[in-house]
Design a protein around this ligand. Structure first.
Ligand code: C2E
Ligand code: MG
Ligand code: MG
Ligand code: MG
Length: 292
């Protein structure tokens, strides 16, 4: 209910806000135990090369939390909490270790040896002294190479401590790890980032991708991104492709790579199979809702 504080000042502290706040406190408490309780797992979503739509040589891993107490909580809910509390550091390490385990197992089942796995990384993780060491050590002990790994960072990462982050990214890149700029266009998108920092790919935010058919502004943003990316000689990945019309439109505009529910929903690594010597991204019954 609304409460009047006199002088016409009204605070809206509704029952709903109260419940939200209470839920956040609960989330936070459970998040702390979730790693030990083994409540996290990773899913994989393929990234498709528009010039070879049958094979899968690249994908993004995404974190999932099934809380015993609270049910399924999406990353958009718990990642910010984990960042605030610093829990993202041990959680991020777990993600890297689990991602390498899953990828190595998938390669053993027939995925290409040079499969490129994208891992989302927060600024706080990149600012840890031992980030590069931990990543490369995990890669090596998993039987993979640095060339198997792509780090996805968002523009907000770049706003943190540009100099230190830039050094870290340069170091990783010299050792064969690739870097992708995630959600491009959704944040502060400064062109100087693109100039100052080396990227191996840029991911166009879903909001522009969705609008590519009938939103003229989204279209012109995408057009400019395509010109820009080809000027920097960096491949573009379109995120959030949900139907064929959008896929075809982006292909005709010259967008190299694509990711989205249209191709496949994020799903358990174990559901990706090598068949007849080739590694496909679709299960036999294509495009149904995946259980993850
Ligand atoms: P993101 O890195 O931009 O990941 C893409 C998000 O779009 C994922 O949401 C994915 O499930 C969703 N998506 C993919 N295709 C489609 C589509 O066709 N339609 C729609 N509507 N959505 C699609 P998700 O898994 O909920 O993750 C949300 C965000 O949480 C990620 O955005 C990423 O920023 C963060 N995140 C996820 N896993 C991790 C992690 O391991 N570490 C960190 N630091 N952040 C993570
Ligand atoms: Mg991402
Ligand atoms: Mg993204
Ligand atoms: Mg995102």
């Amino acid at each position: 209910q609304a409460e009047a504080l006199g002088n016409g000042v009204v605070t809206l502290f509704t029952q709903e806000m109260y419940e939200q706040e209470l839920f956040n406190i609960k989330l936070h408490a459970h998040l702390n135990d979730a790693i030990h309780q083994q409540e996290f797992h990773l899913v994989l979503q393929p990234i498709i090369d528009q010039s070879d739509e049958t094979h899968c040589r690249e994908g993004e891993c995404l974190l999932r939390w099934h809380s015993e107490a609270l049910g399924d909580i999406p990353p958009a809910r718990f990642i910010p909490l984990a960042e605030e509390s610093g829990l993202i550091v041990p959680l991020g390490k777990w993600v890297i270790e689990e991602a390498c385990r899953e990828l190595a197992a998938m390669i053993a089942r027939g995925a290409p040896h040079d499969f490129l796995l994208h891992i989302n990384v927060s600024a706080i993780q990149l600012l840890q002294q031992d980030f590069a060491w931990h990543l490369m050590d995990t890669v090596r002990t998993s039987g993979l190479t640095n060339r198997n790994i792509c780090i996805e960072i968002t523009e907000s990462v770049l706003m943190q401590d540009m100099k230190r982050i830039g050094k870290m990214l340069g170091y990783l890149r010299r050792h064969g790890v690739s870097i992708s700029l995630d959600d491009f266009g959704s944040g502060f998108s400064s062109l100087s980032y693109l100039h100052a920092l080396p990227f191996d790919s840029i991911k166009i935010d879903r909001n522009f991708v969705m609008g590519v058919i009938d939103d003229e502004k989204a279209q012109s943003v995408i057009n400019s991104l395509i010109v820009l990316a080809s000027g920097f000689n960096v491949p573009l990945i379109a995120e959030g492709i949900e139907d064929e019309a959008v896929k075809l439109k982006l292909k005709s505009l010259g967008c190299d790579k694509a990711q989205g529910y249209y191709f496949r929903r994020p799903s358990a690594f174990s559901t990706f199979h090598c068949e007849a010597g080739a590694f496909y991204y679709q299960p036999t019954a294509a495009r149904e809702e995946e259980s993850v």
